[in-house]
Design a protein around this ligand. Structure first.
Ligand code: SF4
Length: 203
């Protein structure tokens, strides 16, 4: 389904209808709307956040992807870009912000620090990868990733969204998907295993 034209219904049409009638299905229409209106949260942690800010500015311009401006509140956002080093002390706050975001919601780990701890991986205060406590949809390598790399990651996220189906997406099912806020101790964080996405290609 990703990268396929929206109007291709995947079955043959009578000649009299070709070019006159557009047929698609609900999943593709729904995903087309969602993938072109992702609202990222205005939230950065360290040097990678500067690249994220550049990506939003005029030279690169996220508006071309329907992402317009970054939202200052988790309740108006459906994309959390973890841009920077994640310290253990920050994890309860990050999980709380994620829980407050509206569903369907997505997470991008931007850069080496967010993806695996980066150059500070062995640090006593650094989380070696945000996927220890959040379900990550797209990982972007680099230290820092360039704005072009973030744009590529966002395009990959659009493919993930395009691969989802209303029939199987967890967002419209019953059940509590809130992530438990990690418990902070003197020098460590106790985290439950992060839930995994149940569908759509991983990028
Ligand atoms: S990946 Fe590199 S640029 Fe990004 S937050 Fe870590 S140290 Fe800074």
């Amino acid at each position: 389904m990703p990268d396929e034209p929206l109007h291709d219904p995947k079955f043959s049409l009578p000649d009299s209808l070709i070019g006159r009638v557009v047929i698609t299905n609900l999943d593709r229409m729904y995903n087309w709307g969602r993938k072109n209106s992702v609202w990222p949260m205005m939230f950065g942690l360290a040097c990678c956040a500067i690249e994220m800010i550049c990506t939003q500015a005029s030279r690169f311009d996220l508006s071309r992807f329907g992402m317009e401006i970054m939202r200052p509140s988790p309740r108006q956002s459906d994309l959390l870009i973890i841009a920077g080093t994640v310290t253990k002390k920050m994890t309860p706050t990050i999980v709380r912000l994620y829980d407050q975001m509206t569903e369907p919601k997505y997470v991008i780990a931007m850069g080496a620090c967010a993806s695996g701890g980066g150059p500070f991986r062995e640090g006593y205060n650094v989380v070696p990868g945000v996927d220890r406590f959040l379900p990550v949809d797209v990982y972007i390598p680099g230290c820092p990733p360039t704005p072009e790399a973030l744009l590529h990651g966002l395009i990959e996220l659009q493919k993930v969204i395009d691969g989802q189906s209303l029939r199987t997406a967890p967002w419209y099912r019953k059940g509590d998907r809130e992530i438990q806020i990690p418990a902070l101790w003197s020098d460590l964080v106790e985290t439950p295993p992060a839930p995994q996405r149940s569908e759509g290609p991983k990028a």
